[in-house]
Design a protein around this ligand. Structure first.
Ligand code: SF4
Ligand SMILES: [Zn+2]
Length: 339
């Protein structure tokens, strides 16, 4: 067990004794000795930056890959899902705020070396690891070491992330990463008002992952009065069309009151269904709804002949008709990583 691991991506500030700057995420925290960065898990000890969560997960479990959500990446497979405490954003609606917004010492965690994580996956006959629940960026060193071992063993690495990370570390991670679901939250002002970050670096990180061939799916949580206007939905869709492509799956998800947004009402299902329609009408091929009961919005339709090819219910695949990744009716290739 290691209590602290020297962090990657930081530098000493010239002429400022033992004051350092973390360069992992766009916050570029300047950290004095004895202090921590904004994520609460990276600490300056005598002029060196340490990760306080290396080999200290607070949560590990098995989830269907559809729950992340990934709908076009090894359907029906289970993912060994792992998290440590901490996050570099502070969304007022965080569903996992008990662990994401806590300091490591306030969270019950346990010791688990990277090789033990791989053993756990192997023992459970799981072929996918997912870095998820909180924000994997802030447990970067731990994630990277697990991901390297996983790749050697033929196990796939996936992240569920806010993508608020700098270009160099995300490019390095991409050497080992297979798929990423990115929470693409809304406009720049939404990021600033609700999440404690800003949007530009997220766009850059998404583009890097896409360019490097990582399978990408995007999730947009729709919050009434915050990012539910037609204009904002269209803006997200246009950005995807302009910078990625129409085959990138987009998941619209309904908000439920939680954490610091208990006074906001849940998103009405019709709003989420309408957002999907707007995105499909604008030309995206695979758009889904989440957190509501909507069979159509959980189904993959062939973009060519429009017939259903994968039917899901409650994050489980009910029927998968694809043949070698193609539509069984017209032979159209369905974008994704199927086997
Ligand atoms: S990873 Fe943490 S310490 Fe580093 S810049 Fe981001 S918030 Fe600050
Ligand atoms: Zn078809």
């Amino acid at each position: 067990m290691t209590d602290k691991k020297e962090a990657l991506y930081y530098k000493k500030l010239k002429d400022k004794k033992n004051i350092i700057q973390c360069q992992l995420c766009p916050k570029f925290c300047v950290i004095k000795p004895g202090e921590r960065g904004n994520c609460g898990v990276r600490e300056n000890v005598d002029g060196k930056l340490y990760s306080l969560v290396y080999e200290r997960p607070c949560s590990i479990g098995l989830d269907p890959i559809e729950k992340k959500p990934f709908y076009h990446f090894f359907p029906s497979q289970q993912a060994l899902s792992i998290a440590t405490p901490g996050c570099n954003l502070h969304c007022l609606y965080c569903q996992n705020w008990q662990i994401s917004q806590s300091k490591p010492e306030e969270t019950s965690s346990f010791s688990m070396q990277p090789k033990r994580v791989i053993e756990e996956a192997t023992n459970r006959e799981v072929k996918i690891i997912s870095y998820t629940y909180t924000e994997p960026t802030i447990f970067y060193e731990y994630m990277l070491d697990i991901a390297k071992l996983a790749k050697q063993k033929g196990i796939k690495n996936t992240t569920v992330t806010n993508a608020f990370i700098n270009p160099e570390p995300i490019a390095e991670l991409c050497k080992y990463l297979d798929a990423s679901n990115i929470d693409f939250k809304g406009s720049d002002s939404f990021y600033r008002k609700v999440s404690g970050g800003w949007r530009k670096p997220v766009e850059e990180a998404i583009k890097i992952m896409h360019k490097k061939g990582i399978w990408i799916e995007l999730t947009n949580l729709i919050i009434p009065g915050y990012n539910d206007s037609e204009k904002e939905i269209k803006e997200i869709v246009d950005w995807i069309k302009e910078n990625l492509n129409v085959d990138v799956p987009l998941h619209f998800s309904a908000f439920y009151p939680t954490y610091k947004m208990l006074d906001i009402k849940p998103t009405k299902p019709e709003i989420v269904i309408k957002a999907r329609k707007i995105a499909m009408d604008a030309g995206l091929n695979y758009v889904y709804t989440g957190n509501i009961n909507d069979k159509e919005g959980s189904t993959t339709f062939c973009p060519s002949c429009k017939k259903s090819v994968i039917v899901r219910e409650n994050f489980l695949v009910f029927e998968n008709k694809l043949i070698d990744g193609k539509c069984p009716y017209c032979g159209e290739k369905i974008a994704g990583v199927w086997k």
